[in-house]
Design a protein around this ligand. Structure first.
Ligand code: HEC
Length: 246
């Protein structure tokens, strides 16, 4: 019994670890990795808006072409800077030392960001920039307080301002917490369109985190089906073999 309890505790521990990570409610990313168009749009946003500061140093352009259902030519024309070659990885020219001085922290490589932070976290981060005049770039972020990154998608989303409400904290004092947002300037996209764009970007970064995961899941389903069929066949075979003995 004791052993069983220990095993159960160990089994739920990883879940508890995630639950304890920060007190901000994460938005559901709801990505669909089988949706190639969503991944393609995400790749385009990544190249246009993120690749100037963040690398994805484990992602090769030609592998991305194959996985996203594009030809090398299409990737070269739309998703690469002229100086890059199709067999290269998605690196950046900005020296980390320099960018640490500019932004307070160097922009991290985003190859495995969805695996370290989770896709929901990345989606909430991209939709969580809000106006805060006390910050160097005039914005803050709901999941990464005092983030050093400017709101690079402001042209698409516009800028929103938090609406606060006061709640009683555990110590009995009133606290101001963010209750919602209202837009102070408009971007090119509606809020729903911007959420969709953030979803595409998150989907792309999730794909980059493990490019083989679509194949892995697909193969997994066939393996399970095969094992099921094998089970049925083996069962009847066993019955047949033991027929005369029992
Ligand atoms: C102007 C440079 C710049 C651009 C462009 C930029 N970022 Fe950042 N980003 C940063 C910096 C600097 C940080 C580090 C912030 C910190 O730790 O305070 C950061 C942090 C992040 C983080 C959080 C990493 C972590 O775990 O702490 C994510 C996720 C991220 N960026 C995603 C993106 C995406 C997606 C784009 C494109 C839409 C993008 N960034 C464009 C500079 C940039």
């Amino acid at each position: 019994m004791k052993k069983l309890i220990v095993a159960l505790v160990i089994a739920v521990l990883p879940g508890l670890g995630v639950a304890a990570g920060g007190n901000v409610q994460l938005e559901k990313a709801n990505i669909d990795l089988n949706n190639k168009e969503s991944l393609q749009r995400g790749a385009k946003l990544f190249v246009n808006y993120c690749l100037s500061c963040h690398s994805a140093q484990y992602m090769r352009y030609n592998r991305m072409a194959r996985d996203l259902g594009l030809t090398n030519k299409q990737v070269e024309a739309n998703l690469m800077f002229a100086s890059d070659k199709i067999g290269e990885t998605m690196t950046i020219a900005m020296p980390a030392k320099q960018s640490a001085v500019w932004f307070g922290a160097p922009p991290p490589d985003l190859s495995v960001i969805t695996r370290s932070r989770g896709s929901d976290w990345v989606y909430t981060y991209l939709t969580g920039f809000y106006k805060d005049d006390s910050r160097p770039f005039g914005v803050n972020n709901t999941v990464l307080a005092n983030a050093g990154m400017p709101h690079v998608l402001e042209g698409l989303e516009g800028l929103k301002e938090p609406v606060y409400k006061s709640v009683k904290g555990s110590d009995g004092h009133e606290q101001q917490v963010i209750d919602g947002f209202k837009y102070v300037s408009k971007g090119k996209m509606s809020p729903a369109e911007y959420d969709a764009a953030a979803r595409d970007l998150t989907a792309f970064l999730t794909y980059v985190g493990e490019p083989a995961q679509m194949t892995r899941k697909y193969v997994g389903i066939w393996v399970l089906l095969f094992l099921f069929v094998l089970f049925v066949v083996s069962y009847y075979l066993k019955k047949e073999y033991w027929k005369d003995i029992h």
